[in-house]
Write a protein that binds this ligand. Structure first.
Ligand code: AHR
Length: 633
């Protein structure tokens, strides 16, 4: 029975309590939310991103009408710019018949480029040619087999040996998920190409350089109160040096300034999760997306202590100073007036109004609490001195309830940090057993941001356990101020982490059952908790129970502990010892009647006595059953 006490006021629940945590993992950005259809558009793929990569990954040489040539990716003084150094050099032999062409074909992501009949696709390429009479280009869309043209080809002529952007629109005349984009050139001489791009015209909210509509809509349907981005381990791993700085490495932490401005001027980077990230989806696009879905933006910046197994503290005061300044500049980029340096940059990108940033997280899962906290403190002091309106969120490391976790909390508590991020990925059972985790948190201490959590699978039982757990978060809404399931997105062909909230391929997106749990809670955020109590007498669940899992699921309904099933002679047939009691438990003994056959426990609906039957040579056998449970006082 559930007793509700409407006369006692529980904590208020913030409208923005539930949000989403977006990390570029599982191809969540390129090949995912970022609507670009061409993979490796600027030929920057490198073995540092993934051992299997070459600069021509996802590209193949193509020739029509007997034309020949060579296709090479080079990095020389003719490059597009200093941030986009590799480009495709085509040396055309000028042979073949009339209309012959030599070039390359891109295979997109998953099974290919997905197009829909009647939809428009915007093509663009940067090009320069050494041929004084110009180089004719043909841009075609066809199926993987090459048998069907999916659009009337585009034609353009590249003129002059200076980088110029050429654009055009393809209209799909069929629906297909195996599309290929072919760019071929006629005539002779050297042609240089870079940033070969194809975007659906129909992006989320019609934004240029925008987001895949089906995925963005699925996220928007959650009505997230906040958007934490861009990671995760992605943020604080690798070198903290700038692109091409002395001593730089190809694997760099996520540094926001790399990700804004014209897309062709954003340096790509090795993504911690084993692929290349174009940064086409960068900080401006994240802020814009947050605004479009009505979520508060919550960026995470690296704290110069690498986490996620790398466990290294960077000891370089100048570098730390630079990263702190970058963070102050980020606040200016988000909120500053258009007359400020970074506010002006935001306005130039199309958003003169401020984005309304009011919170920011420093670091993610550092496993060196003291080293992290020393650097966090410097960030915090600098930010709070200039921007007292910004909540600076700290974190507790990856080691939930372990030594580093305790130490991180000790430091955060002593320094009166406003909010601390916690992460955990556990079994469904853990979530059922730990519903009361925050009941005992210090009401005067830092607030909690549960930035990442999930029970470890994508089955119905997981979403149910998460739902049960979320009731505990809400009951403690005075302490737990924000919570987000993680990770958010997974392309089914490029998975580094599961479970995930939303799955997709190149043409479709679908939510997990956990997605439905999140949607239910996020679309029905209450105003205030009404205190309630639940109680039950020991009674056995109806219907068949398969093994210990069924029994323990029932027994963890927060009313019982230490469930045992014993035979008449006292042998333990089934026992389960639940942890997490709060010391306020008393013992009670319940009864029930059970049958067991072929290892499956089945409740007997007829036995008057507490009997248990088990399979043997002579059929069913009876056993006395004792159910021992510990009941909440
Ligand atoms: O959500 C996946 C990863 O889990 C995140 O990158 C990291 O913060 C955590 O370990």
């Amino acid at each position: 029975s559930i007793t509700v006490d409407p006369d006692r006021a529980g904590p208020e629940i913030d409208d923005a309590m539930y949000g989403v945590f977006y990390e570029d993992i599982n191809r969540a950005a390129d090949g995912g939310l970022y609507a670009e259809l061409v993979q490796n558009r600027s030929f920057e793929y490198d073995t540092a991103d993934n051992a299997s990569y070459t600069p021509l990954t996802s590209w193949t040489e193509t020739a029509t009408g007997g034309a020949t040539g060579t296709a090479r990716v080079v990095n020389d003084a003719a490059r597009l710019n200093e941030n986009n150094r590799d480009y495709l050099r085509l040396d055309l032999h000028g042979d073949g018949g009339a209309g012959a062409g030599y070039g390359v074909t891109n295979s997109g992501y998953n099974t290919g480029i997905a197009v829909r009949a009647g939809r428009k696709y915007d093509f663009s390429v940067w090009a320069r040619t050494e041929n004084p009479s110009g180089t004719p280009l043909t841009i075609g869309l066809h199926t993987a087999s090459g048998s069907t043209a999916l659009a009337t080809p585009l034609r353009a002529t590249v003129r002059g040996d200076r980088w110029t952007k050429y654009t055009g629109t393809l209209t799909a005349r069929a629906t297909d998920t195996t599309g290929r984009l072919a760019v071929t050139a006629g005539g002779g001489g050297t042609l240089r190409l870079d940033m070969v791009s194809l975007f659906p015209r129909d992006t989320y909210k019609g934004r240029p350089n925008g987001l895949r509509k089906d995925l963005a809509k699925k996220i928007a349907a959650l009505k997230p109160g906040f958007l934490r981005f861009p990671g995760g381990c992605l943020v604080n791993t690798g070198s903290h040096q700038a692109y091409e700085a002395p001593g730089w490495e190809r694997k760099r932490s996520y540094q926001w300034k790399d990700t804004v401005g014209p897309v062709e001027e954003r340096p790509t980077n090795a993504n911690f999760w084993g692929y290349n990230q174009s940064y086409g989806l960068g900080y401006y696009e994240y802020f814009q997306f947050a605004e479009d879905i009505g979520a508060a933006p919550l960026p995470v910046v690296p704290a110069l202590v690498t986490g996620c197994g790398q466990n290294k503290a960077t000891d370089d005061p100048e570098l730390l100073k630079r990263h702190i300044q970058d963070t102050l500049d980020l606040i200016e980029f988000a909120n500053g007036p258009v007359t400020s340096t970074w506010g002006k940059k935001r306005a130039q990108m199309g958003h003169p109004e401020p984005f309304g940033l009011d919170r920011l997280e420093v670091g993610n899962e550092e496993n060196l609490p003291d080293a992290f906290f020393a650097r966090f403190t410097e960030f915090r002091e600098a930010i709070e001195a200039k921007h007292p309106e910004i909540t600076v969120i700290s974190n507790s490391g990856p080691d939930d309830r372990g030594v580093t976790f305790d130490r991180a909390w000790e430091l955060n508590r002593a320094a009166k940090v406003k909010m601390v991020d916690e992460h955990y990925y556990n079994s469904p059972r853990w979530f059922l057993e730990n519903n009361n985790r925050y009941d005992s948190y210090d009401r005067q201490g830092p607030k909690v941001f549960l930035g990442e959590y999930a029970s470890q699978d994508n089955r119905f039982a997981n979403s149910l356990a998460e739902a049960a757990y979320m009731t505990g978060l809400e009951r403690n809404a005075d302490v737990v101020k924000m919570a987000s399931y993680a990770p958010l997105l997974a392309n089914e062909d490029y998975v580094q982490w599961r479970p995930d909230l939303i799955w997709f391929d190149n043409a479709a997106a679908w939510g997990s059952t956990s997605y439905e749990t999140q949607r239910l809670f996020m679309n029905n955020v209450g105003d205030q908790v009404v205190p309630s109590r639940a109680s039950a007498t020991p009674s056995l669940p109806s219907g068949p129970i398969t093994g210990a899992v069924g029994l323990s699921t029932w027994a963890t309904s927060a009313a019982y502990d230490d469930v045992q099933v014993t035979s008449a002679d006292g042998a333990t047939l089934l026992s389960d010892d639940f942890s997490g009691g709060d010391g306020k438990w008393t013992k009670a003994t319940g009864t029930g009647s059970w049958q067991v056959r072929d290892g499956a426990y089945v409740q007997s609906d007829t036995a008057a006595e507490n009997t248990m039957v088990t399979a043997g040579d002579s059929g069913w056998q009876n056993y006395a059953l004792k159910l021992k449970a510990t009941k909440r006082a």
